[in-house]
Design a protein around this ligand. Structure first.
Ligand code: GFB
Length: 320
């Protein structure tokens, strides 16, 4: 049997490690990975050399510079440069090495700040972006357009998925640079341990977010890449080729904070700090394209939160 050689770029990150979990038991697949020390994805000649030497059949781009609302706002230069460089290096290297199939991962922040809800793929480039993450969003939009351009000019089969806000094992629990779920898990946990009577939650708490477990995203990515060209073409457009991946349900940040406090066992008071940005008021994805490919999420949110807290507890040293 000829094995399908799949290169997962960024295999140590939250998304990349979920992809490895989703792919590794398939006996028809040979996984290719490279640590940051082995391959710097910002180094174009090194990436070209690696991709042409490894000659994979498929590439999943899970490598990205990511972070929450504060990190996006604080490090805009790294967020636009590193994401653009990673995508251009990998996508161009894939094309020149003759790699026919590739998946690029983006984010629901590619859509306009005030896009109609739930957001359809066609909402892309119809309005202004949320300022706190515009540089990151521009890089992720460029990833979609890179794929479409190589498809249109060279007949490549480069696809892209736009997940909603993700969470799960392997997340970054940094006190300020993380996303809201790991950030609050850590803050509530530390408050419980220290006996603090109150915890600060950023923003008004009134904005809404949709959350997807990273293992559900990984299954969606594999499903997208296993879809035939005809079936993929039937649900997408050549110039609107990306597919949303979400759950179809969202919660307010206040509701989320209350749920996390319960999971962690923090019984004190929540203080909402209005001096911190809220970001986009709402970003619920329209999932009809993904559903028509036969995918639906399987991780029940409260259970996913418990599993993420357990991961945090057993990997405390790794996330300090
Ligand atoms: O997860 P988060 O940073 O992602 O924030 P975004 C979501 C909401 O939670 C915002 C509030 O309204 C935050 O103000 N929040 C409350 C907190 N407490 C906290 C906290 O302790 N930490 C964090 N991080 N937020 C990111 C984008 O925006 O979403 C990225 O900046 C990316 O580009 C990612 O798209 C998925 O949804 O606001």
């Amino acid at each position: 049997m000829t094995l399908k050689r799949i290169y997962v770029a960024g295999h140590r990150g939250m998304v990349g490690s979920a992809l490895v979990r989703a792919l590794q038991d398939n006996p028809g697949i040979e996984l290719i990975t490279a640590s940051r020390a082995e391959l710097d994805l910002l180094d174009q000649p090194a990436v070209s050399d690696f991709v042409s030497r490894q000659s994979p059949d498929v590439i999943y781009i899970a490598a990205a510079r990511v972070g929450g609302i504060h990190a996006n706002n604080a490090y805009p230069a790294e967020f636009i440069y590193e994401n653009l460089a990673t995508e251009t290096n990998l996508i161009h290297a894939a094309h020149t090495a003759g790699v026919q199939q590739l998946l690029s991962l983006g984010s629901s922040c590619i859509y306009p700040k005030h896009a109609p809800q739930p957001m359809r793929e066609e909402a892309l480039l119809t309005g202004l972006l949320e300022p706190t993450n515009e540089p990151y969003a521009i890089a992720k939009i460029a990833g979609i357009k890179l794929c479409e351009s190589y498809n249109r000019q060279y007949g490549r089969d480069y696809r892209s998925v736009m997940p909603t806000n993700l969470y799960g094992p392997g997340d970054n629990f940094h006190p300020t640079d993380s996303h809201v779920i790991p950030g609050l898990i850590r803050r509530f946990h530390e408050a419980k341990i220290n006996g603090d009577p109150r915890v600060v939650v950023w923003g008004t708490g009134e904005v809404r977010r949709e959350f997807l477990h990273v293992d559900d995203l990984a299954r969606a990515c594999v499903q997208v890449m296993e879809t035939s060209c005809a079936d993929y073409a039937a649900v997408t457009e050549p110039m609107c080729s990306h597919i949303n991946v979400g759950t179809g349900q969202d919660v307010t940040i206040r509701e989320l904070a209350e749920q996390i406090a319960e999971v962690v066992g923090f019984e004190g008071e929540l203080i909402f700090d209005n001096s911190k940005p809220d970001g986009t008021p709402r970003k619920l994805l329209d999932n009809r394209r993904m559903e028509s490919l036969g995918w639906s999420p399987s991780v029940f949110f409260p259970q996913g939160l418990v599993g993420t807290y357990e991961w945090f507890l057993s990997n405390g040293d790794a996330v300090k």
